[in-house]
Write a protein that binds this ligand. Structure first.
Ligand code: TPP
Ligand code: MG
Length: 212
């Protein structure tokens, strides 16, 4: 399924199950519909198996960067459930961050890419064995900043691995049609993990109109 895996070693056993992940998002969805969360939420569904596999290659001391759709990444990297829920229920779901484990997310398309790049440069300078994993959506992976950072990280041989999560949507715009994507296949890029999935939830919210 994922082309790049043969280059990585499994470093940890993931103790969260697919059902627990789905339940975590479902509870947030229900509370959002009851107007208990006064901020946007971006839920995931359908990529649990892919993520459990990917996180088994991520060391607990590695850096993980993410986006607005970050709940699963934070959970699997070991950010405490209570801490994740604090961010979400206080309306700050898009900027979940943690020092231990090292986790940082941003709502800005491409916003974390240069930060992830700089972090990987710092790790290399410190001769650290740890890596940086930067999760991006498929449309984010089409932006200029992605290719600029990717090129720099490759030329400098930095410990930066991008994970492209491809739902073929940028909000409601199909990415393949926008970019005539057939020729570009990120799957074969070095230091890129790429997987396709179909999200049961819409871009943000749950699909139900919520009145506060
Ligand atoms: C700089 C910037 N421009 C526009 C937006 C609005 N926006 C939020 S998510 C998104 C689509 C991103 O699509 P993709 O990278 O595929 O991620 P997905 O939501 O599908 O996981 C856009 C355009 C933003 N957050 N930041
Ligand atoms: Mg997308």
């Amino acid at each position: 399924m994922i082309y790049y895996f043969k280059k990585l070693n499994k470093t940890r056993k993931i103790n969260i199950t697919i059902e627990e992940m789905k339940f975590f998002e479902k509870k947030i969805a229900l509370d959002y519909e009851k107007a208990k969360i006064k901020g946007p939420i971006h839920l995931s569904n359908g990529n649990e198996k892919n993520l459990i596999e990917i996180f088994s290659f991520i060391h607990k001391d590695d850096w993980v960067f993410s986006s607005w759709r970050n709940h699963y990444h934070a959970l699997l990297h070991g950010v405490k459930k209570e801490k994740i829920l604090d961010f979400i229920y206080s309306g700050k779901s898009m900027s979940i961050s943690s020092k231990k484990p090292k986790f940082f997310a941003s709502s800005i398309v491409g916003g974390v890419i240069p930060i992830a790049l700089g972090t990987s440069l710092a790790l290399k300078k410190k001769k650290s064995k740890n890596k940086v994993f930067c999760f991006v959506g498929d449309m984010t992976a089409e932006t200029g900043i992605f290719y600029e950072a990717y090129k720099y990280s490759q030329q400098k041989k930095l410990p930066l691995i991008f994970v492209v999560e491809d739902n073929n949507l940028s909000t409601n715009t199909p990415t393949d049609k926008t970019w005539s994507r057939k020729k570009f296949n990120l799957k074969f890029f070095k230091n890129v993990i790429w997987y396709k999935y179909k999200n049961f939830y819409p871009h943000h919210g749950t699909g139900k109109w919520v009145l506060f």
